[in-house]
Design a protein around this ligand. Structure first.
Ligand SMILES: N[C@@H](CCC(=O)N[C@@H](CS)C(=O)NCC(=O)O)C(=O)O
Length: 205
């Protein structure tokens, strides 16, 4: 099993989940500029990491699908968030929020050249994106008050994805200063051995 990633990308989330699952995997590092290369598009036609390439060559793509694949392939790791209908609903709600609202809020901030041509327009796009990210992160910061993990049952696949957002927010002007609960969560994650392994393997620690 091979995880395709580039440094600083959301592929850190499934990487941490693989560590937590105790999975046997290898990493394949690429450059952001290689995501539209024909060979890579065969693995993911959307031209994005993460790609989890299985031993038979099939590829699991899209962060949420990769995270859920990991939770279901290693159920003993308990990363699925609990078995009740309510827990499954909460898990889906947060995965959708993370992928559809938070992650896409960051994209114009870091990939500004895709959204505007002139320097002035890019500055505006960045400012609006930072505002949108702050709006979305506030929701999660409130949820994390008094909690160690996103789901009450303990750590789950949501936590590595949230950790990625805290890393990205560190590159924005306000960092995590407005979000004390996310700041504490980020520290808790950095102290975790599996997170430390993933960060070291990706050259981020
Ligand atoms: N919808 C995709 C989004 C993944 C995504 O945005 N990946 C970024 C890295 S965080 C990427 O590969 N960007 C390269 C590009 O857009 O060229 C998913 O959920 O997997």
């Amino acid at each position: 099993m091979k995880l395709h990633y580039f440094q600083g990308s959301c592929a850190l989330a499934p990487h941490i989940a693989l560590e937590w699952a105790g999975a046997d995997y290898v990493l394949s590092e690429m450059k952001r500029s290689e995501t539209r290369a024909p060979e890579f598009l065969k693995k993911n036609p959307a031209g994005k990491v993460p790609v989890l390439e299985l031993d038979d060559g099939r590829c699991v793509t899209q962060v949420n699908a990769v995270l859920q694949y990991i939770a279901e392939t290693w159920p003993e790791a308990g990363l699925g968030g609990g078995g009740s209908g309510e827990a499954r609903g909460a898990m889906q709600r947060w995965l959708s929020h993370f992928n559809g609202d938070v992650h896409t809020g960051f994209t114009p901030y870091f990939m500004t050249h895709r959204f505007a041509d002139s320097d002035g327009a890019r500055a505006e796009v960045k400012a609006h994106a930072a505002g949108e990210v702050a709006f979305q992160l506030k929701i999660i910061d409130r949820h994390m008050a008094g909690r160690d993990w996103m789901m009450g049952a303990g750590r789950s696949i949501l936590d590595p994805y949230l950790f990625v957002f805290t890393v990205w927010a560190g590159f924005m002007p306000d960092r995590l200063n407005e979000f004390p609960n996310l700041k504490a969560f980020s520290k808790r994650m950095k102290d975790d051995p599996g997170v430390g392994n993933a960060l070291r393997m990706q050259g981020m620690a």
